[in-house]
Design a protein around this ligand. Structure first.
Ligand SMILES: *[C@@H]1O[C@H](CO)[C@@H](O)[C@H](O)[C@H]1NC(C)=O
Ligand SMILES: *[C@@H]1O[C@H](CO)[C@@H](O)[C@H](O)[C@H]1NC(C)=O
Ligand SMILES: *[C@@H]1O[C@H](CO)[C@@H](O)[C@H](O)[C@H]1NC(C)=O
Ligand SMILES: *[C@@H]1O[C@H](CO)[C@@H](O)[C@H](O)[C@H]1NC(C)=O
Ligand SMILES: *[C@@H]1O[C@H](CO)[C@@H](O)[C@H](O)[C@H]1NC(C)=O
Ligand SMILES: *[C@@H]1O[C@H](CO)[C@@H](O)[C@H](O)[C@H]1NC(C)=O
Ligand SMILES: *[C@@H]1O[C@H](CO)[C@@H](O)[C@H](O)[C@H]1NC(C)=O
Ligand SMILES: *[C@@H]1O[C@H](CO)[C@@H](O)[C@H](O)[C@H]1NC(C)=O
Ligand SMILES: *[C@@H]1O[C@H](CO)[C@@H](O)[C@H](O)[C@H]1NC(C)=O
Ligand SMILES: *[C@@H]1O[C@H](CO)[C@@H](O)[C@H](O)[C@H]1NC(C)=O
Length: 753
């Protein structure tokens, strides 16, 4: 009986094992933490030279990180720049060690100074670490000063006195003033000068101490003992910790200049060097290690291999950016708590061995097992169900009937996207709001993408959702954020977009520091590009598309400040035979077309209105709605129209755009915005007219929008890429408009770092 029960148990255990063997597996690339840039020497003797340090131009980040290696001796030595400051260690976390001379002052028996030196050190770009180093004075009739310059031309002086009257009184241990004293220095120190003195020229202590010593060095590099009084004579140098950082700007300031921003690795983060000097440092995110200053510098740590990094009792599985504990074969639980999460096995085994209640347990296990198996099946069924529900078959069919090309939307599996976002880890969130969440992800081919996990989709509108996915994936316009693919296996479809690295237009305009970089010509370019793409959506595409939520939050900028319109979640297709659609009013307050709000009739002129508000933001730097402003100025559109009436335009313009001798252009654009903001949609220019006017202004044309002749050909070429291989007819079909994800996505919120 016992044996039989045991066999049953083993069987069950094996079954359970099989069921639970599907923990996600993630391939691990062998760690190869590149230290230096490709092609650069990464060591000098046994000292590693991590980038931003380097020995030749293009190997170092800036001159401050230039080092030289003297290989003439058999123990090569590393020096800072072309100086004689010897470096013994460089750590990528922002520290390095320099060898610094010890100050000595030796006296002859008659009290005459026999020899002395006053060493000093001056760092151009870095600061000495004020916590790891201490100023130490050793002697029995000695005082010492340390002084020098700090960041911003400030100075400091500090020091201490060391006395004693016999060697016997001295003790090994901390420096407390008896033969040895220590003092700390303030933050932000760039230069260290040391000078020593004696009260009685060592005449009373000469017998056992004829020299004074002083040094500024790593605290742990020196420990005092009575022998130090003589031993120090032979020690010429001691190591000193120096803090290094990039530049003198904060992270935010540095991020504005992508060409020089140093935290380039994926999974790296920027930190202000808040204490001890300015500048910023880069660090790999938790779970990664390596050199964050190199593009693929931060690599996953295999926590399962490195001792002490995991607390797993039974087994460990490495994952990108983390790890996962396993449970022993046949036991349940996710093991996240190092194995405590696994349901207990010992007592079970004990009972089994005792042979008591064996049948009961077997039964229990059987039920449990069946339950789990059912659950697993239902999980797979759900996956299948969601795939069907989300129109997977429809999409697949659509895709199969179409010519395969690289531009086609890719259907990602949920596991692929889980892997890309590290299981939708919070670290990967780049945007969040009422609409859902946007994650940053890295696909296996190293492509960085933004993955949008939206709110529920109305099941009745799945067909339309699929249509929109296909249409969006086809809009291959350089000023539209590209949809790369989607995943239909989850209840809520996931959308995969290209990653745009320079934040939203809104963030750029409304951040004072960033707005400074947006000069008039850039703003005009952004406006023209946005108008161009809206015009293209309205008229050049086979089926006109109304964006319906044009706002500065939905215009992203890449590193060249090229505008990328995003979020077609609210967009609608408008069949050509209809000029307006009756819809539920949707959009964002402050940008909403008042006519549409009143009539519920959606036309492409609603986008024109919203675009007008975006232009006002570009002109004034104000927000569409500013709750902190007086009533009359709250709504930017109303305020601006009244300002124009009173001819006070100059007073409301953003300081960053005036004084460039471009008032004529600015006035034209202001007039254009005014036209876009007409209460009656009919009175507003079309997006095509707006786009042409803006392009004209950009390239020096003078024609006014009101007189523009419509020239289809010119327009097409102006707008760039057409819809090659678009699956629909010329658009004279009678399909109706649709809504898909009813959200207001800001995507991707921010990037780079
Ligand atoms: C690490 O990378 C360097 C340079 O890319 C390469 O030469 C070296 O073979 C790599 N080492 C390993 C262990 O992959
Ligand atoms: C380099 O080698 C020297 C002598 O072999 C040793 O004292 C020193 O600690 C080593 N430095 C590093 C960074 O390994
Ligand atoms: C080090 O280089 C700088 C700039 O190249 C130069 O001004 C300076 O004189 C050099 N110093 C030495 C000691 O060679
Ligand atoms: C100081 O004393 C040491 C030994 O204690 C001796 O070697 C050294 O020459 C003395 N220095 C002077 C200047 O007398
Ligand atoms: C100074 O050194 C200590 C120890 O190495 C380190 O913890 C601290 O962060 C350093 N200070 C700065 C500003 O880097
Ligand atoms: C430190 O010493 C150097 C060399 O003697 C000198 O040029 C410099 O002015 C000194 N610094 C201060 C703050 O006195
Ligand atoms: C110490 O030596 C200095 C010069 O070397 C001399 O001016 C001073 O008077 C001496 N002091 C004593 C107390 O001997
Ligand atoms: C930062 O450094 C640059 C060049 O090294 C210098 O021109 C600028 O004044 C510095 N800014 C501050 C705030 O120290
Ligand atoms: C950005 O960095 C590059 C390279 O360091 C520099 O030439 C350029 O002037 C910087 N631009 C701004 C706006 O700071
Ligand atoms: C860096 O410092 C600036 C100004 O002190 C601050 O606004 C910003 O939030 C800091 N950034 C980080 C990443 O700590």
């Amino acid at each position: 009986m016992i044996i039989m029960g045991f066999l049953v148990f083993i069987n069950l255990a094996i079954m359970l094992m099989i069921i639970f063997a599907f923990t996600p597996t993630i391939s691990i690339t062998p760690p190869n933490y590149t230290v230096a840039k490709p092609g650069c020497v990464d060591r000098c003797g046994n000292i590693s030279i991590p980038y931003p340090f380097g020995m030749i131009e293009n190997c170092y980040q800036s001159y401050g990180f230039f080092v030289t290696c003297d290989e003439t001796s058999n123990q090569p030595k590393l020096f800072m720049q072309n100086t004689t400051l010897e470096i013994t260690d460089i750590s990528p976390d922002g520290h390095l060690k320099l060898l610094q001379f010890i100050a000595q002052e030796c006296y002859a028996q008659n009290g005459i100074v026999d020899s002395y030196n006053n060493p000093w050190i001056s760092l151009a770009d870095f600061t000495v670490n004020n916590t790891a180093n201490k100023f130490t004075v050793v002697g029995c009739d000695t005082y010492g000063f340390v002084y020098g310059g700090r960041v911003n031309r400030r100075i400091y002086t500090t020091g201490c006195t060391a006395m004693c009257d016999s060697v016997e009184n001295l003790e090994k241990g901390p420096c407390m003033g008896l033969g040895c004293c220590q003092s700390s220095i303030p933050e932000d120190v760039r230069t260290v000068n040391i000078s020593l003195g004696s009260y009685r020229n060592h005449t009373r202590v000469w017998g056992f101490n004829n020299c004074s010593y002083g040094f500024f060095a790593e605290e742990s590099a020196f420990s005092f003992s009575p022998e130090s009084l003589t031993n120090l004579m032979n020690v010429k140098k001691l190591p000193m910790v120096v803090d290094w950082a990039i530049g003198n700007a904060t992270c935010e300031q540095a991020q504005m200049n992508f060409s020089s921003y140093a935290c380039v690795s994926i999974n790296s983060r920027c930190y202000n060097k808040t204490d001890n000097g300015d500048g910023y440092r880069c660090r790999c995110e938790d779970g990664y290690e390596g050199n964050p200053y190199l593009i693929h510098g931060c690599q996953d740590i295999d926590e399962c291999v490195v001792p002490g990094l995991n607390n797993c009792k039974y087994g460990c599985k490495n994952m990108v950016g983390g790890f996962h504990c396993l449970c022993p074969k046949g036991y349940l639980g996710d093991g996240r708590k190092g194995g405590d999460g696994c349901s207990r096995g010992e007592s079970l085994t004990l009972r089994l061995v005792a042979g008591t209640a064996l049948g009961f347990i077997a039964l229990l296990l059987l039920i449990c097992c069946m339950y789990l198996e059912l659950k697993r099946r239902s999980f797979n069924r759900n996956k299948q169900k969601f795939f069907l529900q989300n129109g997977g078959i429809l999409l697949q069919e659509k895709l199969i009937t179409r010519e395969r090309s690289q531009d086609i939307v890719k259907i990602y599996s949920s596991s692929e996207l889980q892997k890309a976002t590290n299981d939708f880890h919070n670290n990967m969130i780049i945007g969040q709001g009422g609409f859902g969440t946007v994650y940053k992800g890295e696909l296996p081919d190293n492509r960085i993408v933004a993955i949008k996990k939206s709110k529920r989709v109305d099941p009745n509108q799945i067909d339309q959702f699929i249509n929109e996915v296909i249409i969006l994936s086809q809009i291959n316009h350089r000023n539209v954020v590209r949809l790369l693919g989607c995943c239909l296996e989850t209840e809520i479809p996931l959308l995969v977009y290209e990653f745009i690295d320079n934040d939203t237009l809104s963030a750029n305009i409304h951040n004072q520091a960033k707005a400074r970089f947006l000069n008039w010509s850039m703003r005009l370019k952004i406006a023209a590009e946005t108008a161009g793409v809206l015009s293209y959506l309205h008229s050049a595409a086979s089926i006109p598309i109304i964006h319906r939520d044009v706002k500065s939050d939905n215009i992203l900028l890449d590193h060249t400040f090229t505008a990328k319109v995003s979020d077609f979640g609210a967009s609608r297709l408008v069949p050509l035979d209809q000029t307006q659609l009756s819809t539920m009013v949707q959009g964002t307050f402050g940008y909403l077309d008042p006519e549409y709000m009143q009539t519920n009739q959606l036309t492409e002129k609603s986008d024109v209105y919203s675009f007008g508000v975006v232009v006002l933001e570009l002109l004034t730097g104000r927000k569409a709605i500013s709750f902190d402003k007086p009533e009359a100025e709250k709504n930017l559109a109303h305020f601006f129209l009244s300002v124009l009436k009173q001819e006070r335009l100059l007073q409301v313009l953003d300081d960053n755009i005036v004084s460039e001798g471009n008032m004529e252009q600015i006035t034209e654009v202001a007039k254009l915005a005014q036209a876009c903001l007409h209460v009656r949609g009919e009175d507003r220019p079309s997006m095509k007219e707006v786009a042409m006017e803006l392009e004209g202004l950009r390239f020096g044309g003078k024609h006014s929008w009101a007189r523009t002749e419509h020239n289809e050909e010119e327009m097409e070429s102006l707008l760039g890429e057409g819809l090659n291989g678009f699956p629909y007819s010329d658009g004279n079909s009678s399909s109706v408009g649709f809504d898909s994800l009813r959200d207001h996505v800001i995507l991707p919120i921010s990037g780079g770092r």
